[in-house]
Design a protein around this ligand. Structure first.
Ligand code: FPP
Length: 252
């Protein structure tokens, strides 16, 4: 284990720094319950952690940071909690968009937009268009996102292109599918991190996670810090990624 500052120096080394880190921000509700607070307080504090981690990821030179902010399954939560999460998103975009834009952050949104309220859709689109020319960190907000839904929508696009004669059936390759996912043009995540001790993917980036490394940390999301982010990167740097091949020495 290293301290936060040592971790940063490792993380900024020219080789090995993950290009794309994706985070399942989990444990807001348990954080609140453990303090006798309403769940909403956990989400509210979670937004503060989100801000800290976005700033930190940009500072240390991560290219892409994806945050699982609202899953397509989250609609099944009590209506009041869903309303609160929507209002936090609106508040976040209204309050933070100027700072993100000024810090050269580019915002991309993945997930199903069709069933979102018009004001939410408009805000998400505004965040994307206002930052589209930025060249620093790309912040990918997964909102109303579910990987199976994303894959199904991509397959529908493939089917439409085949039916219209734009795509020969034999050209339906992995790339052809990747290009029709919401994440088109974004490299697959190198590291997927989940807080709160749970160890599952929960319908997040199923296609893109084929060769991702996973790090699970016990902290609830509102307690998660930049130092813990750096420690997760340290752990990632210690892993050997083989992508289905053999270790470099064994192949010699
Ligand atoms: C999981 O905690 C977290 C979420 C469902 C959403 C994450 C949302 C935020 C950090 C705030 C919203 C921010 C934006 C920008 C939309 P949980 O409620 O599942 O926690 P639990 O498993 O302890 O109940």
């Amino acid at each position: 284990m290293t301290t936060g500052s040592e971790a940063i120096s490792m993380a900024t080394a020219p080789t090995g720094l993950p290009r794309h880190v994706a985070i399942i921000m989990d444990g807001n509700g348990r954080w609140a319950r453990s303090r006798g607070l309403p769940r909403f307080e956990g989400h509210r504090r979670g937004v503060q952690t989100l801000r800290d981690i976005v700033r930190h990821a940009g500072r240390i030179g991560i290219d892409y940071l994806t945050l699982y902010s609202f899953s397509s399954e989250n609609w099944s939560r009590p209506a009041e909690e869903v309303r609160e999460l929507m209002s936090l998103l609106k508040h976040f975009v209204r309050r933070d968009l100027a700072e993100l834009a000024a810090n050269n952050v580019r915002v991309r949104v993945i997930g199903e937009r069709d069933d979102l309220a018009p004001d939410i859709r408009a805000l998400l689109e505004e965040a994307e268009t206002k930052t589209t020319r930025n060249t620093g960190l790309t912040l990918v907000v997964a909102f109303n996102y579910g990987a199976r839904n994303e894959i199904a929508r991509a397959v529908r696009r493939v089917a439409a292109d085949v039916a219209a004669g734009r795509l020969p059936a034999e050209s339906v390759t992995e790339d052809a599918i990747s290009q029709r996912l919401d994440t088109a043009g974004i490299p697959d995540p190198d590291l997927i991190l989940r807080t709160s001790g749970e160890q599952r993917l929960s319908n997040f980036l199923l296609w893109q996670a084929a060769y991702s490394e996973f790090v699970f940390v016990p902290a609830y999301w509102p307690d998660f810090t930049a130092d813990e982010f750096d420690r997760a990167i340290d752990e990632f740097l210690g892993r050997e990624r083989r992508f289905g091949g053999v270790p470099a020495a064994a192949g010699a």
